[in-house]
Design a binder for this molecule. Sequence first.
Ligand code: SD4
Length: 328
Amino acid sequence: MSQRRKFIKQSLMGSALFLPGVAASCAQVSPKENTSGEKPLILSTWNHGIPANADAWAKLQETGSILDAVEAGVRNTELDMENLSVGLQGLPDREGITTLDASIMTGDGSCGTVAFVRQVKHPISLARAVMEKTPHVMLVGEGARQFAIAEGFPMEEEKLSPKAQEAYDKWKVTSQYKPIINIENHDTIGMIGIDANGKLAGSCTTSGLAYKMHGRVGDSPIIGAGLFVDDEVGAATATGLGESIIRICGSFLIVELMRQGRTPQEACEEAVKRLVAKNKGINDIQAGFLAINKYGEVGAYAVHPGFNYAQATSQGNVLIDSKSHFTP
Ligand code: SD4
């Protein structure tokens, strides 16, 4: 069933704080892309973006901080047991070990990221701790895990979720130990938001490509690839095959194109065009981008059909199908 512009009622969003003052009438409002640039605005990738946006919106109401909002939003997805691409329940690497990547950034250039980290339930919060409590931008692997322990993050048992274990067992039968690169394997959450005063922030968190080589890191924790935010211009985030996104510095490219005058939509389309040109085997590669500019205008574009995103404004929290370079 097509999910195009499907309106998600407030009652389904899991947050009593959503849409204060307009809750009773919101079911009547017809959802649309935010071309008018309404603020605040929160965008996130894929349909799990709906509950994530709801949590982000609630946090924004509670603390007034767009940084708090984008962290809280994706923490929801990090706990979503149905999602096999985010959090410790995500699909493992080819050795059967789940490793996580995450990044967070604010429009003043502050950022923190973690990559190839194990046993941490909320890598996005660890990325925020890197940003706020260290002089560094990125911590990886065992160093990131040690930092998490030092900061009091609980260490989770290394055990695949039942769904991930089942999928991994199946994969092993025919895999020949090759990482999967296909257009289906992409449920990373990237979230970007702008508050009523034009302050921007973004977050991105993933368990990365399923059955990747041990040690592989994707675009999500790489500032400029999976996420980039600049209050002077706007923000962008990415989902899909990380290698293809890193090759073109996708999110940075989009923000820089907006700086040069492109709309968010034009910038996303140009980035996808570049990605298609620079990646062989594009028929098997899915990647999608989301962008907002400092006026709150939105852009979204993907290589192939199937990419959608959740958009929260005071008008509602809606799922919108992105346009794509290739058509069905
Ligand atoms: C990665 N961008 O690690 C991520 C993949 C993704 O759901 O979107 N996975 O390459």
